[in-house]
Design a protein around this ligand. Structure first.
Ligand SMILES: [Zn+2]
Length: 235
């Protein structure tokens, strides 16, 4: 993370005190350009159904451009009706360099989400925090991210709200040679394609589906983000 901070300050001159809307817009455009380079280099973009979404670290980078930081206010356990842990709720904020809170947001991550029902508890907790931080940043900076050509929702939020599509809604490419495993490029059958899209939301061959199934954590983008390190200690 330290390295990334340095790139930011070198490449973008942060406006000391933004007063006029034109200045903000100009600065936003400049930030969007630099942002694009950084997120491409750091591979912080995920393609979901043909649209590009930026990961939390990218959103943090935007925040840094404007001399702001995201942090976690609190994290709470959410229990189900029988009193078992179901997930975590977190509240995050974005503060400017003077410590003023400019945005707050709450988010959740839990076992009731298909991608999360077998994940470790610490990862679920961490994701609730990441989502809350990402959401708080989105509320302030989605316009910059849109200027950079990405969708205004953080990947981590999509992970929670976008369920995998039912078979009937999965679009099969007209050209059968386009049905390829996204990992190895091997051509796959329509049946495999449909199954993979339904289950994993990306086209994968049988072997790579199995790999993902056997090691869901290593293949999951969520693990890239370590909230504790990124936003500092909890309050
Ligand atoms: Zn493959």
């Amino acid at each position: 993370m330290e390295e990334k901070k340095e790139i930011d300050s070198k490449e973008v001159a942060v406006i000391e005190d933004i007063k006029r809307p034109q200045e903000v817009a100009l600065f936003g455009q400049k930030a969007a350009g630099v942002l694009k380079d950084i997120v491409k280099q750091a591979k912080l973009i995920k393609n979901i159904n043909g649209n590009e979404y930026m990961m939390f670290e990218g959103w943090q980078t935007v925040g840094k451009f404007f001399k702001t930081n995201a942090g976690v206010e609190w994290t709470k356990q959410v229990l189900n009706q029988s009193g078992d842990l179901q997930g975590f709720e977190a509240r995050a904020y974005v503060q400017d360099e003077k410590g003023r809170i400019i945005s707050t947001a709450e988010s959740y991550c839990g076992k009731d989400e298909t991608t999360w029902n077998n994940r470790p508890i610490f990862a679920m907790r961490s994701m609730a925090q990441t989502r809350a931080c990402a959401k708080a940043l989105r509320q302030v900076y989605s316009w910059v991210v849109v200027l950079a050509g990405y969708k205004p929702t953080p990947v981590e939020e999509m992970d929670g709200i976008e369920p995998n599509k039912p078979k009937s809604e999965i679009q099969i490419p007209k050209d059968p040679t386009e049905m390829k495993c996204q990992k190895c490029g091997q051509t796959i059958t329509e049946k495999v394609y449909k199954f993979s899209m339904e289950k994993y939301n990306i086209p994968l061959c049988f072997n790579h589906q199995k790999e993902l199934k056997d090691n869901p954590q290593e293949n999951s983008i969520e693990e890239v983000v370590d909230v504790e390190t990124v936003v500092g200690s909890e309050k």
